[in-house]
Design a protein around this ligand. Structure first.
Ligand code: GLC
Length: 509
C-alpha cells in the first residue's frame, strides 16, 4: 500500500496547454483567467490534477518553452496574482496543480544570455552557456545545426549551442550558478503551493564531456548509426535529478515528473531511482501502433522499466498528433483510453483528448512551430494538435475566445464542443467521465502489476493482479467473445450477441 501523501502514484493528470485552453480577454490566446473559468469542467471530468504548460515570460519562439524569467508570469497569460488565484480556486475544486519547468535551456532574451552575448569570449557571463570558437556537428532537434554564431563581425566570434531553436540556448549544467538558480525556481513555485513540477527535457541536463562530434551524423568520418547520442542521457544528468529531489524532499507531498526520452530501458530506469525523479514519462505506449501484440509488449516493458516507481501512462501530449488522428479513428482512440486508464500507475491526459479531437490540417501560412521553419518545411510541426479547444456554440471561436484564435479553428470542431458532448451519453467526453469515475470509485482499480490472459489474435486482455478488473482490447478486424465477467464500460457498442467488435475495448469485473 502506498503512503497517502503519494497522491501522484495513481493520479490522473490533465495537461492544460494554456495557449489553447480558454481565452478570457479576447486576444485569441488562452490565459490563466481562462483556465480558472473552466475549473468546474475539469472537476466534472474527474481528473485529480492539472499540469500547466509554461506560462513564464517568454518571447514565445517555442510557445513558452523559451523562458526569459522562470519565476514570473508572462502578461500574455496574466500575473502572479492570477496564478495564485488559480491555485486557490483549483484547491476548492479538489484539483492539484503541477507547473512545467524548462531547465535545459533559457530564452535568448533571458538576462543571462543577453549578458553573455554582450560580454567577451571566455568571459564568466558566457560560461553559463556553451560557447565555442568552432561548432561541432550536432543537429538541433527541430532540424538544422545546433549552433548559431554571435559577434560574427569580430575576429573572435563564437558559436553557442541550442539543441532546440536558436532562441533556446542550452545552459551549462556544470556551472554552479545554473544549479543554484534551478533550486531557487523550485523553491519559488513550491512556496507558492504547487503540488509538483514537470521537468522538460530531463535527459538533456548534461552534455558529453568536451562536446565531441556526433558519430551518427553525416560529416563524421564513418557514420555509426548505433553510436550513443552525445547530446542526451549523459551520466551527469543524474546529479541534477538528485539535486531536484533534494529540494522537493523538503516539501512533503510534492513531486517531479520528468520528460525522459531514452531508448534503452536500463538507462531509462536510472531516472526513477529513489533519490531522483518520482515519476518519468516512458513514451513506449505513446509510440505504439494500434496493434495488440505491440501494445502488450510496450506495457510489459514500461512496467519493468519503472520497477518500484509508479508507471506513467499517456497517449497524448502537445508534441504528438492527437490519438484520434494517430490511431486512424476516434473509435480506436477511445479504446486506447480505456486501456491506458485501466493500467496500474498514473495517467496523463492532454487537453482535447477527452473530446476526441482530430488534428487540424493547417495552411502553411498559419503554422507557428519552429520545427516547421527550422526543418525547411520537411516537418509540418506540432500546430495541428495545438488548435484551441471548442467549448460551446456554433460560431467560430466556439467559446474559446471572443476574438480570433491564435490558430484557426475548423468548422468541424463545432460538432465536437464540450457543451454538446456533456449532454450526449455516447460522446467521447462522457466515456472519459465514466472511466474516470469508475477508476476512482470502483474497488478493483488497485494493485501494481498486470497479468495477461490468452486472447484471440489481434486482441489482448489483462487483469490487475489481486483484483477482478479485466481490460480487453480488440485491434483485429473480427468481432471476438469477451472474457468472463460483468461489463463495467465499453469504448463502443458491443455486437448484438455481446461480442467485442474491432477497434473497441471493454472493462469487466
Ligand atoms: C519538450 C517539450 C517541447 C519543447 C521542447 C523544448 O520536448 O515538450 O514542447 O519544444 O521540450 O523545450
Amino acid at each position: 500500500m502506498r503512503d497517502e501523501g503519494e497522491w501522484w502514484a495513481t493520479a490522473v493528470v490533465y495537461q492544460v496547454y494554456v495557449r489553447s485552453f480558454a481565452d478570457s480577454d479576447g486576444d485569441g490566446v488562452g490565459d490563466l483567467a481562462g483556465v480558472r473559468s473552466r475549473l468546474g469542467y475539469l472537476e466534472l471530468l474527474g481528473v485529480d490534477a492539472l499540469w500547466l504548460s509554461p506560462v513564464y515570460p517568454s518571447p514565445g519562439v517555442d510557445h513558452g518553452y523559451d523562458v526569459s524569467d522562470p519565476r514570473d508570469v508572462d502578461p500574455l497569460f496574466g500575473t502572479l496574482d492570477d496564478f495564485d488565484g488559480l491555485l486557490s480556486d483549483a484547491r476548492r475544486h479538489g484539483l492539484r496543480v503541477i507547473v512545467d519547468l524548462v531547465p535545459n535551456h533559457t530564452s535568448d532574451q533571458h538576462e543571462w544570455f543577453r549578458a553573455a552575448v554582450s560580454a567577451a569570449p571566455g568571459s564568466p557571463e558566457r560560461s553559463r552557456y556553451h560557447f565555442r570558437r568552432e561548432p561541432n556537428n550536432w543537429q538541433s532537434v527541430f532540424g538544422g545545426p545546433a549552433w548559431t554564431r554571435v559577434d560574427s563581425d569580430s575576429a573572435h566570434s563564437e558559436w553557442y549551442l541550442h539543441l532546440f531553436a536558436p532562441g533556446q540556448p542550452d545552459l551549462n549544467w556544470a556551472h554552479p550558478e545554473v544549479r543554484e538558480d534551478l533550486e531557487k525556481t523550485l523553491r519559488f513555485w513550491c512556496d507558492r503551493g504547487v503540488d509538483g513540477v514537470r521537468i522538460d527535457v530531463a535527459h538533456g541536463l548534461a552534455k558529453a564531456e568536451g562536446l565531441p562530434d556526433d558519430r551518427r551524423q553525416p560529416g563524421w568520418t564513418v557514420v555509426e548509426e548505433d553510436a550513443p547520442d552525445p547530446r542526451f542521457d549523459q551520466d551527469g544528468v543524474h546529479e541534477v535529478h538528485r539535486l531536484i529531489r533534494g529540494v522537493l524532499d523538503h516539501y512533503p507531498g510534492r513531486m517531479a515528473v520528468g520528460e525522459v526520452i531514452v531508448r534503452d530501458d536500463a538507462r531509462w530506469s536510472a531516472y526513477v531511482r529513489p533519490d531522483e525523479l518520482h515519476l518519468a514519462f516512458h513514451f513506449g505506449l505513446l509510440n505504439c501502433a494500434f496493434a495488440a501484440d505491440e501494445i502488450r509488449e510496450c506495457i510489459d516493458r514500461t512496467l519493468a522499466a519503472a520497477g518500484p516507481a509508479p508507471a506513467v501512462w499517456t497517449i497524448a501530449n502537445h508534441d504528438v498528433p492527437h490519438p484520434a488522428t494517430r490511431y486512424g479513428s476516434v473509435e480506436r482512440a477511445r479504446a486506447m483510453a480505456l486501456v491506458t486508464l485501466a493500467l496500474p500507475g498514473t495517467a496523463y491526459l492532454y487537453n482535447g483528448e477527452e473530446l476526441g479531437l482530430p488534428d487540424v490540417d493547417l495552411p502553411d501560412s498559419a503554422r507557428q512551430d519552429p520545427a516547421f521553419r527550422l526543418s525547411g518545411g520537411a516537418e509540418l510541426g506540432r500546430d495541428g494538435y495545438r488548435v484551441p479547444l471548442p467549448w460551446e456554440g456554433e460560431a467560430p471561436g466556439y467559446g474559446f475566445t471572443t476574438g480570433t484564435p491564435w490558430l484557426p479553428m475548423p468548422s468541424s470542431y463545432g460538432e465536437l464542443t464540450a457543451a454538446d458532448q456533456l449532454e450526449d451519453p455516447s460522446s467521447t467526453l462522457s466515456l472519459y467521465r465514466q472511466a474516470l469515475d469508475l477508476r476512482k470509485q470502483h474497488p478493483a482499480f488497485t494493485g501494481d502489476q498486470v497479468e495477461w490472459f490468452g486472447a484471440p489474435e489481434g486482441c489482448l486482455a489483462f487483469r490487475r493482479v489481486g483484483t477482478t478488473l479485466v481490460c480487453a482490447l480488440n485491434t483485429s478486424d473480427r468481432q471476438v467473445p469477451l472474457p468472463p465477467g460483468d461489463v463495467l464500460l465499453t469504448s463502443g457498442d458491443l455486437t448484438d450477441c455481446g461480442d467485442l467488435p474491432p477497434n473497441t475495448a471493454a472493462w469487466l469485473a
